[in-house]
Structure formats: structure tokens, C-alpha cells
Design a protein. Structure first.
Length: 126
């Protein structure tokens, strides 16, 4: 996203990881897809390993090289499961507490105002 101007004038900046005012929404209509994608990839990797075709599996799913062939299985599954393809970004304005939710995957946002002042930090993980 880069930068998003809140209705209050504050600039919400999205240029690093682990932001305490950013989150992701996974719409319920995509939960089954994400779950199925995860389990199918785990199953196919385990099948490949059991059949001595680990390298073939890696080449089928990644561009080798540069993708390495000595990663842990969990790292490869992580790389395959790109949940952010299905999620919408959500930001909290640190100044006024408004919530901005991405409309689909458009990189456009709709703002929602909080009903009280005591809900700042809703995305900080605490
Ligand atoms: Zn604001």
C-alpha cells in the first residue's frame, strides 16, 4: 500500500513489517480454499518424499535455481502458502483510531469510525 491518508489528515505508512496498526482479514469465503491449499501441499510434499521425489516436487513448485533445494519442508510449505493473496489489509489510524479496510484486493480503502476513544491499539496483538 505504501501510504494512506486518513480522513483526519494523518498519513498511515506501510513500509515495514510488524506494524502495530496493521492487520489482515481473511474473508470466510476463502477459509476453505486456504485450508485446502495448505493440506494439499503438505500431502503432495509428503507423498513426494515417501516416493523419493523430493527434488522433483521442489522443481514442480518453485523456480530451481535460484530456489534452493536444501530448505526445511516447513519453509517450502510456508513459501507456497501465500495467504496474502486472499486477505484484505486493515489499518488503524494511530491518530484518530479510525479503521481502514481494503475493499477486496483493490488497494482502495473504506474507513470506519470507532464508537469510543478507548479502542486504540486494536491491532497491536495485545
Ligand atoms: Zn485518522
Amino acid at each position: 500500500m505504501g501510504k494512506l491518508k486518513c480522513k483526519c489528515g494523518h498519513i498511515i505508512v506501510d513500509q515495514t513489517d510488524n506494524l502495530e496498526y496493521k492487520g489482515y482479514i481473511l474473508p470466510d469465503v476463502f477459509v476453505d480454499d486456504v485450508s485446502l491449499n495448505l493440506t494439499n501441499n503438505i500431502d503432495s510434499l509428503l507423498d513426494a518424499i515417501n516416493n523419493g521425489k523430493r527434488i522433483e516436487w521442489i522443481k514442480k513448485h518453485f523456480n530451481v535455481p535460484p530456489y534452493p533445494t536444501d530448505l526445511k519442508e516447513s519453509s517450502m510449505i510456508h513459501d507456497l502458502i501465500n495467504v496474502t493473496d486472499k486477505t484484505q489489509d486493515i489499518f488503524e489510524c494511530e491518530n484518530c483510531g479510525r479503521i481502514a479496510i481494503e475493499i477486496g484486493k483493490t488497494n482502495k480503502f473504506k474507513f470506519f469510525s470507532p464508537e469510543s476513544d478507548d479502542n486504540k491499539g486494536i491491532l497491536n496483538g495485545n
